[in-house]
Structure formats: C-alpha cells, structure tokens
Design a binder for this molecule. Structure first.
Ligand code: CP
Length: 302
C-alpha cells in the first residue's frame, strides 16, 4: 500500500472516515471484531508499530506479530516471501517494516492478505504520509496552496520521499528543500518535479527561508542509513529549530515532524502553538484505523 495506490478522491474518503473515527470513537469500537492484524517489524519502531496495534485494538480486533527480525525466523534465513505466506494463514491484514527497499512490495505479491508498507529502508513510508496529510488537512483545512519547507536529511528520510510524491497531486504546492549538500533530496525526485513543472528550490540556510513557509517539515538525520559514523557526527546537528528561528516564521506556520526527534527541534519549541508534531502522532492512529477498515472492506459505504 502506498498513498499513490489511492486516488485523491479515495484519500479524501479515507480522511473523512478518519475524521469520523476521531469524533465517534464508540461507533467503530467493534468494527474489526474477529479480525487479526499482524505487525511484522524487521526494524525498530515506536509510533508506527504501536499506532497500528492501537488502531486495530480500538477497532475491536486483535494483534499478533514481532518487533525485531532477531526474534523471528528471518534470523534462521527465512525469506520475506515465505514468511508472508505463513502470516497469511494466521492474520487478515499485515503491516510490515523492513530495512530493504521494496521488501513489503515483494511480500504483497506473495501474500493472501493486504500488506501495508510500514517503511522500507530509505525508500517510502506511506502510512506516515497518510498521517502527515491528515494532520495538514485537519489543522489547515486543505491540502493545496502551500509553500512547504522540508528540512534535514532529505536523502535518506523516507517520510520526505513519500510526502513529496503524495503532495504533487494537489494544486499550487511549492517545495523548499533545506539540507546540507550531502543530504540533498535524491535526483529521481527533483527529476520528477521538473517533469511535472512543480516549483521547488534548494537552500542550505533555514533562517533565510523561514518567513516564506506555510508548513515546515523537520526530519531527523537518519543515523542508521549512514555508512560511517564520522559523517553522521558532522551532520547530525546541522539544523536545530529553536525559539529564535520560530520568531522568524509566520504566525500560522505549522511545524511537523514524523518523530522520533533527536536534537533537530529544541524542546523549547514544544509549547509553541505552531508545533504540531505530537498532534500528528495522534492523527496517525485515526488514519491507520481508517486504512485497516478500508483495506478489509469494512469501511461504511458513503
Ligand atoms: N514516524 C515513525 O515512523 O516513527 P517510528 O520509527 O517510531 O515508527
């Protein structure tokens, strides 16, 4: 499952359903009774795995799974294809995170149940993008007409790659990429933007561009994807969003971050009403509830 598997109309339906779940939690409390979600996480996670588990539990379903490749039979050499064939016998739907790019898509081809990509290497993180889009839509009331700054590790940050691919389908989006030279957004993304004539600019200074932004999407430097520790140490604190930088921003600019954060947003920013990253995590549960219902064919017909 990728956000691009859905049309923008289907995404609207998904977000409407997430909004209804937020308002009427009880209405959905038994919607997945008798259903089982498998969470197969070959990489560490707090938000994605637990928000999927929370989502299924809040829908009245049950959860099985593993949170570490070492505690699964992958440690004995079992392939993802064989594992998903087995999981298909045990569960009705699966959320999979894997360090190898494309692994959840390979699993989906062999699977008898829907497989949701919960993050694959440095490639994509589609359900984080659904979370990000729902957050923007809920707090701004729309999904177009923005200047969005994406700041930090734009090379390895899979949430950034997924979000750009989703946002290009909405009108009047201008991208501002803010990163050190070594962590620039990959060429395949800028090639796609040029081909679609979608405006983007690249900067190294966050301060310079701050006053122009409607949305600022901060990201962590992805330590786990670096080939050497020295480069990571040099780049990890390149950007630190603090009160002084927030003073340069518009009064209605929103700060998003997929989390976890390390140092890139100072804790002093947390109390700023424009800091939306903890609300974002809450929206992640509603949108995953909506996604599970939709993929199981249990979403109310509109
Ligand atoms: N945002 C996100 O993917 O967080 P986790 O790695 O904790 O799941």
């Amino acid at each position: 499952m990728s956000p691009l598997d859905f049309t923008t109309k289907e995404l609207d339906r998904l977000f409407d359903l997430a909004g209804d779940i937020e308002k009427h939690k009880e209405k959905y409390a038994h919607a997945c009774e008798g259903k089982i979600l498998a969470t197969c996480f070959y990489e560490p996670s707090t938000r994605t795995r637990l928000s999927f588990e929370s989502a299924m539990t809040r829908l009245g379903g049950r959860v099985i799974g593993f949170s570490d490749a070492a505690s699964s039979s992958a440690s004995k050499g079992e392939s993802v294809s064989d594992t998903i064939r087995i999981i298909s016998c045990y569960a009705d739907i699966c959320a999979m995170r894997h360090p190898k790019e494309g692994a959840p898509m390979v699993a989906a081809e062999k699977s008898g149940i829907p497989v949701i990509n919960a993050g694959d290497g440095g490639h994509q993180h589609p359900t984080q993008t659904l979370t990000d889009l729902l957050t923007i839509r809920s707090l701004k009331g729309r999904l177009g007409g923005f200047t969005i700054g994406l700041c930090g590790d734009l090379k390895f940050g899979r949430t950034v790659h997924s979000l750009i691919h989703a946002l290009v389908r909405y009108p009047d989006i201008r991208f501002i990429f803010i990163s050190p030279e070594e962590l620039k957004v990959p060429d395949y993304i800028t090639d796609m933007l040029r081909a679609r004539e979608i405006p983007y600019e690249e900067y190294m200074s966050l301060e310079d561009i701050m006053p122009q932004l409607d949305l600022l999407y901060m990201t962590r430097v992805q330590k786990e994807r670096f080939f050497n520790e020295e480069d990571y140490v040099r780049l990890k604190d390149f950007y630190i969003l603090d009160k002084a930088k927030m003073a340069l921003a518009r009064p209605d600019m929103l700060v998003l971050h997929p989390l976890p954060r390390v140092n890139e947003i100072s804790v002093e920013v947390d109390e700023d009403p424009r800091a939306a990253y903890f609300k974002q995590a809450q929206y992640g549960v509603y949108v995953r509830q909506a996604l599970i219902l939709t993929l199981l064919g249990l979403a109310p017909q509109t």
